[in-house]
Ligand binder design. Structure first.
Ligand code: ARE
Ligand code: CA
Length: 493
């Protein structure tokens, strides 16, 4: 389950959080395909509770009502069109699968018109009934919700923030969930982010996955299992470990982004210690992780998982993204966010519930693209920032090469090569790098893909001359907006 099934020469996915299917289809064709992105993690695709208080928060999509494909992102036909267009453009689709639970303990209507009563575990759109949720027989907290993350039974059998917890030990429930996932597999998705995997017994996940179809052979070849990323928040302090889930796919490596925030944002650690980043820092094997700087939860203070670097610190975000994408460890995901008016009171953002940019009728706004490649209407589109997409291309070019020529020129001045194909130099603090450095690359003139791009045989930003001994001079002001230089053989004059 750990192979993302990227098209050849691609290695980075982007989470287009809350985007509509019509916009993702267009983005695959006009940008993600041409720029070398491997795929897109999309927001949950199945019918969810319509939450009106507060008004249509993003998190309503984590409250399933049925497995009909009908959400604010679009309907089933639009989803099918997106998947086939993206696959045609060489871009994979990964669905955020919410299969641990249904809605909170109240009743109402879903985005597709199905009714529900979460308190009684009644979801006629599936259908699920009272026997299909865990309850007093296996959850022993007084209110049926999770309070103690130190108790694995409670974490797996009780309600996560009051959400009706599915009885995944039952064959009927497993059949329904697998039916939902198989529908998506048959449509042509390449895999799933499995929400709240920590809250499901590893054996129950095996029970569901053993029912899954192989991916479509016309797109992926025969005998291919879906790519799986399981959301398990394991910062080391609880009994439930990421390692319990390695048998059924990769896990979300929350430590990765927090450690890089320590270095590049909080400066509570020094970049020179990144020399053995990855397994050497106690993180899981490169084949077991999905790495990211921030996700849709911790960028807005939800879900624990530490304080990360987000688009609100653009300089640090670009530095850390360059490091993540240049570094060989793990499989990377870039976050693509929307803006909202933060309003901190006593350290809590009162507006962290706010949903995506919307029209007067609460429908999600289209993503409109400006002439300079940026996006309109509050869509941040980090994946369209030059420093980000040029590093996606860097990663594709250096794929398969080892990290070599590690050099720390100061506590926070680092440089390394990827074999003989790429090289990066980073100033992680306000200091000034002014050094001759061995790049490990063949001699020639390279375009720095951070300050510009390689276009029509010319560099639109800095040019770096590598001499016959592989050395080049780097003059990087740590106070500048982009204190990084990155060069690779795909952007050589
Ligand atoms: C909302 C309301 C609640 C209400 C509930 C039911 O906010 O007040 O009780 O609805 O009516 C998201 C939001 C939640 C939201 C939920 C449903 O973040 O606020 O609840 O959607 O709409 C734990 C889990 C982890 C989970 C995080 C958020 O282990 O799996 O909490 N993350 C995923 C998604 C979220 C999503 C859900 C799961 C639910 O990424 O977006 O919730 O589908 C320690 C532990 C962590 C724990 C963390 C927070 O760090 O180690 O495991 O994370 O504390 O408790
Ligand atoms: Ca559960």
């Amino acid at each position: 389950y750990s192979d993302p099934h990227c098209a050849a020469g691609r290695d980075t996915i982007v989470h287009l959080f809350e985007w509509k299917w019509t916009d993702i289809k267009a983005e695959c064709e006009r940008f993600l395909g041409p720029m070398g992105y491997c795929g897109v993690q999309v927001s949950p695709v199945n019918e969810n509770a319509v939450v009106t208080n507060p008004s249509r928060p993003w998190y309503e999509r984590y409250q399933p009502v049925s497995y009909n494909l009908n959400t604010r992102s679009g309907n089933e036909q639009q989803f099918r069109d997106m998947v086939s267009a993206c696959n045609k453009a060489g871009v994979r689709i990964y669905v955020d699968a919410v299969i641990n639970h249904m809605t909170g303990s109240y009743s109402g209507q879903g985005t597709g018109g199905s009714s529900f009563d979460g308190g009684a575990c009644r979801f006629p759109g599936v259908p699920f009934g009272p026997n299909d949720c865990n309850g007093g027989d296996n959850c022993h907290t007084s209110d049926g919700s999770i309070h103690n993350y130190g108790n694995p039974e409670e974490v797996r059998n009780c309600r996560l923030v009051g959400l009706a917890d599915l009885r995944l030990g039952s064959d009927y429930v497993r059949d329904k969930i697998a039916g939902f996932m198989n529908n998506l597999i048959d449509i042509g998705v390449a895999g799933f982010r499995v929400d709240a995997a920590k809250h499901m017994w590893p054996g129950d996940i095996v029970g569901v996955f053993s029912r899954l179809h192989n991916l479509r052979s016309d797109t992926f070849g025969s005998g291919k299992k879906p790519f799986i990323v399981q959301e398990v928040i394991d910062m080391g302090g609880e009994p439930i470990k990421m390692s319990e889930y390695f048998g059924t796919g990769r896990v979300t490596n929350f430590i990765f982004g927090v450690k890089l925030a320590d270095v590049f944002l909080r400066h509570s650690n020094q970049a020179k210690w990144l020399s053995n980043f990855g397994e050497g820092w106690g993180m899981p094997s490169t084949y077991d992780v999905l790495n990211f700087l921030s996700n849709h939860d911790n960028q807005r203070g939800h879900g624990g998982g530490g304080a990360p670097i987000t688009f609100r610190e653009p300089k640090e975000m670009k530095i850390a993204t360059a490091f993540m994408l240049a570094h060989p460890y793990g499989f990377p995901r870039v976050m693509s966010s929307y803006d909202w008016p933060v309003n901190y009171q006593n350290g809590n953002d009162q507006n962290n519930w706010m949903g995506p940019p919307h029209n007067g009728d609460m429908s999600t706004k289209d993503v409109r693209i400006n002439a300079d490649n940026t996006c309109n209407d509050g869509w941040i589109c980090e994946h369209r920032w030059r420093q980000v997409y040029n590093m996606v291309a860097f990663r594709n070019v250096v794929a398969g090469t080892p990290l070599q020529n590690w050099q720390a020129l100061g506590d926070n001045q680092i440089a390394f090569s990827r074999g003989t194909k790429g090289f990066i130099a980073i100033v992680g603090d306000g200091s000034h790098m002014n050094s001759d450095i061995n790049t490990g690359l063949p001699s020639g003139d390279y375009c720095d893909v951070i300050s510009g791009s390689y276009e029509n045989g010319e560099c639109t930003g800095k040019t770096v001359h590598v001499d016959g001994s592989g050395h080049a001079h780097f003059n990087i002001n740590g106070q500048s907006d982009d204190p990084v230089v990155a060069i690779h053989i795909g952007a050589k004059k």
